[in-house]
Design a protein around this ligand. Structure first.
Ligand code: HEM
Length: 176
């Protein structure tokens, strides 16, 4: 995730933007991330925060853009994980029993969210997202990226549910 994030900043902004972001985030090392390494979630928060200050774009917007970019990369890097998913809703409905467990096998330190289907019909899916990291905007971007792969256009709306067991319901609706 970190290497891909660096690449996105370099491609969408510039190599200088990467350096400026690293300086601003003051993460205490040179940002030489590796694809196999594992880094604290807090560091991603600092990097995105620094990029937001620098670009004056809001954090949710940056996370969503990153999610969309990331899905395209994941599809290239791990085609086998996506090969047997006949539809977008199928893919989204089975993240917890297929894709993310496989991720955990490859990267035992990965910190993954939990997803479960709340309701589903032909044109809409409500997905419950649970994660202490609260990266629902990243999820939204990933879903847009995935939809593209299936040639679909979808609307994605996030509904935060407060209370003793806070979580987010992600409403996905296909628009064509
Ligand atoms: C549309 C489909 C997907 C969605 C909505 C999704 C959602 C997410 C979200 C929101 C996170 C951030 C962590 C958190 O929220 O707690 C995450 C982490 C991650 N996901 Fe997924 N994901 C999807 C597909 C995939 C695929 C296809 C792969 C790999 C082939 C993948 C691999 C990972 C990895 C490696 C992490 C990082 C774990 C870490 O930082 O330790 N995801 N996913």
């Amino acid at each position: 995730m970190f290497t891909e994030f660096m690449e996105m900043v370099e491609a969408r902004f510039s190599p200088d933007a990467v350096d400026a972001m690293l300086d601003r985030a003051a993460i205490g090392h040179d940002g030489a991330y590796t694809a196999v390494g594992h880094y604290p979630h807090e560091e991603m928060v600092r990097l995105v925060g620094a990029l937001s200050e620098q670009t004056r774009l809001p954090v949710p917007q940056l996370l969503e853009a990153f999610g969309e970019y990331l899905f395209g990369r994941l599809a290239v890097l791990h085609p086998n994980l996506l090969a047997e998913r006949p539809s977008l809703f199928d893919l989204l409905g089975r993240l917890d029993d297929t894709i993310h467990p496989e991720v955990l096998r490859l990267y035992p330190d990965a910190q993954l969210p939990r997803f479960s289907v709340v309701s589903r019909d032909a044109g809409s899916l409500a997905l419950r997202y649970d994660s202490p990291r609260r990266m629902e905007e990243l999820a939204k971007g990933l879903i847009h990226g995935a939809a593209k792969l299936y040639g679909l256009e979808v609307g994605v709306r996030l509904e935060a549910v407060a209370g003793d067991d806070p979580h987010v319901i992600i409403h996905v609706e296909s628009t064509r």
